[in-house]
Write a protein that binds this ligand. Structure first.
Ligand code: PMV
Length: 346
């Protein structure tokens, strides 16, 4: 038996991916950019084991057995095996590993944060799985495009720091890959604060939401053609210059536009809740009171917020959150190197 265990962090989209031009290859309508959080607190951990003794392939997520025939999972397996054959035949070293490619596989994955609640659990999960499989089968080179086949945004979790997912131009998806833009160390004062509003599963999965938006939203077309390309360049400049005001403004506008597209979808999709909106209002009121942008919020396909701020403002913002939002469950906080996160529930 061969066993590999990997951990991978979630990434939080700054310039959002919403809409595909190819559903099977997971090719996006626009490029996107995210920040990968520190892998200690919000992470997926996956163990893959292969053995000639296994009589079938199986998978467990958070201890619950999943359907291994899931087409995305099958696409990932197929692609990684093809790459493995290619890598080994190029190196003339197929032997034992080629045999292994036909064995059944057992996958056991767990997240240490709410799954399917709009906190990029599938991104961390697929990025972790692909890293583990690549290690197991000896695949080297670009593999973010394999992670993309599992869940689009997963390709961005293959790197730390600020990461761009280039939409690519090729029909086969070979150039639709993630690329690091800057490391965590580039902007060590930047902090992320995750506010867990709910750990309920989201009502509309992002795949379904995207399909509906692509079919019905006029705003999505304008966003993809006229807005996102500029925002990608602008956010890269803001990151390069460590210009928090600019970074924060683009981050909030992007989040607002994603949710505007969801409302422009017919019938509309609502991911934000009353608590999410109260968080947004609090951030704007706080920034106004400070006379400058001190905090930015962003929401993916769910009501949970990610706040970006600078280290010096963390104590003040945390006490503000604790004042206005009663913690429902236990809170946990930690400061770790890179891009620390705090995870209070509100
Ligand atoms: O990769 P998916 O299918 O989980 O979609 C992610 C979509 C958003 O989180 C809303 C935006 C993004 O860029 O991650």
């Amino acid at each position: 038996m061969h066993i590999v265990t990997c951990a991978a962090p979630v990434n939080i989209a700054i310039v959002k991916y919403w809409g595909k031009r190819d559903e099977t290859l997971m090719l996006p309508l626009n490029s996107s950019l995210s920040v990968t959080l520190n892998p200690v607190q919000l992470r997926a951990k996956t163990t893959v084991a292969i053995s000639r003794e296994f009589d079938k392939s199986r998978m467990w997520l958070n201890s619950v057995e999943q359907n291994i025939d899931n087409p995305r999972l099958q696409n990932v397996f197929r692609e990684i095996k093809q790459r493995a054959y290619r890598c080994h035949s190029e190196k003339n070293n197929c032997g034992n590993r080629e045999d292994m490619l036909n064995w059944h596989i057992h996958i056991c994955s767990e997240n240490n944060f709410p799954t399917s609640a709009g906190l990029a659990s599938s991104a961390a999960g697929y990025s972790c799985l692909v890293s583990a499989l690549a290690y197991l089968f000896g695949v080297d080179g670009e593999i973010s495009d394999i992670a993309r086949l599992g869940s689009g945004s997963a390709c961005r979790s293959m790197y730390g720091g600020f990461v761009e997912w280039d939409m690519g131009r090729c029909n086969d998806g070979s150039d639709s890959v993630a690329r690091p833009v800057a490391s965590n160390e580039h902007w060590p004062e930047l902090r992320a604060l995750i506010l867990v509003v709910t750990d309920d599963n989201k009502k509309t999965k992002s795949t379904e939401g995207m399909q509906k938006s692509v079919n019905t939203s006029e705003l999505l077309k304008t966003r993809v053609e006229r807005i996102v390309p500029h925002r990608i360049n602008e956010i890269k400049e803001a990151i390069r210059d460590k210009d928090f005001d600019r970074f924060a403004e683009i981050t909030m506008k992007e989040s607002n536009q994603l949710h505007a597209v969801c409302l422009d979808t017919f019938p509309p999709i609502e991911y934000l809740t009353e608590v999410s909106r109260r968080i947004m209002n609090l951030v704007h009121r706080f920034n106004k009171l400070c006379g400058r942008t001190k905090v930015a919020y962003t929401f993916d396909a769910g009501p949970n917020a990610c706040l970006f701020l600078l280290e010096e403002d963390v104590p003040r913002v945390l006490s503000l959150i604790r004042h206005f939002f009663r913690p429902v469950n236990s809170c946990f906080e930690s400061f770790i190197h890179g891009l620390p996160i705090e995870v209070p529930r509100v």
